[in-house]
Ligand binder design. Structure first.
Ligand code: MN
Ligand code: MN
Ligand code: ZN
Length: 279
């Protein structure tokens, strides 16, 4: 089983590996930079070397690591300016992943800002295709969304339609977020429902394209479209559901990444321990 959580790069990028090892992670996710701004300071040579050597010295498989896009880019934006900036940011992140030896970059599909799904998807495909031209092995993973207003890609059928337009195919994959799927209306509360949901995913997208699983319970209920992650087993999905998802990911050998909150109830250490118990 490959499991871990999103870890901080605070201090220097290689600290992420220390944080992952400390949490007994066999998989992890990072932001390669501050996710709250547009600016990305270049990675230092030293940071890259230290990140790679620490990762090599750890027991963590490189193919169980990923980076997540920063928050501001919107690849479905109808505004020329915002769209261009977003695509540049995506290309830049792909290149940063290549420098670090990180094989996967998770991205959200963005918001059409009221211009309609068709318009948004056209933009999105155009932007992703541009980033797919980068000359490296980094695979861009499309993450399913919670189905908030104007967002693209919460529906597996639509996600599949978008995914199939992307060329070259080897540059693209998918990341499923269990919280997002649940609040978008895919029931995950029992083993049976988990099977049904992944069967639907397989039908429209293809299970072989699922490279990373974001394992989060949901603060809200089924179909509420509320993107609020919660501690494993304590949210709307619950113990039975989370346990079935973990088992499914393990069977399919998909690395599991937690993006659960840190509060009085639990921290990362405890949620990772819980996930291992659920397995
Ligand atoms: Mn995400
Ligand atoms: Mn996620
Ligand atoms: Zn989320």
């Amino acid at each position: 089983m490959q499991i871990g959580c999103h870890v901080s790069i605070s201090g220097s990028i290689d600290k992420a590996v220390d944080n992952a090892v400390e949490r007994e992670c066999s998989a992890f996710q990072i932001f390669t930079r501050n996710p709250r701004g547009w600016h990305a300071k270049e990675l230092s040579k030293e940071g890259i070397i230290n990140f790679k050597s620490k990762l090599k010295a750890s027991k963590i498989d490189r193919f169980a690591t990923c980076a997540h896009m920063p928050y501001l880019p919107n690849l479905a934006s109808p505004k020329d300016d915002g769209f261009k900036k977003s695509v540049n940011s995506l290309i830049n992140e792909v290149e940063r992943c290549a420098q670090l030896g990180i094989p996967y970059l998770v991205t959200h599909l963005g918001s059409h800002l009221g211009t309609g799904e068709e318009t948004g998807i056209k933009r999105l495909v155009e932007g992703l295709t541009k980033a797919g031209k980068t000359k490296n092995d980094v695979v861009i993973l499309l993450e399913n969304t919670a189905g908030q207003k104007n967002s693209v890609g919460s529906d597996f059928k639509q996600l599949g339609e978008i995914f199939k337009q992307l060329k070259p195919a080897k540059k693209f994959g998918v990341c499923i977020d269990s919280c997002h799927a649940f609040v978008a209306g895919y029931d995950l509360r029992t083993e049976e429902k988990v099977k049904e949901t992944f069967f639907k995913f397989d039908k429209y997208v293809g299970i072989e394209n699922l490279k990373i699983l974001h394992l989060n319970d949901a603060k809200g209920e089924l179909g509420c479209n509320l993107d609020r992650h919660y501690h494993l087993g304590l949210g709307g999905i619950g113990k039975k559901g989370i346990s079935a998802i973990v088992k499914f990911a393990n069977k399919e050998k998909i690395p599991i990444i937690l993006e659960t909150p840190i509060d009085d109830e639990r921290d990362d250490f405890e949620n990772i321990k819980k996930a291992k118990e659920f397995a």
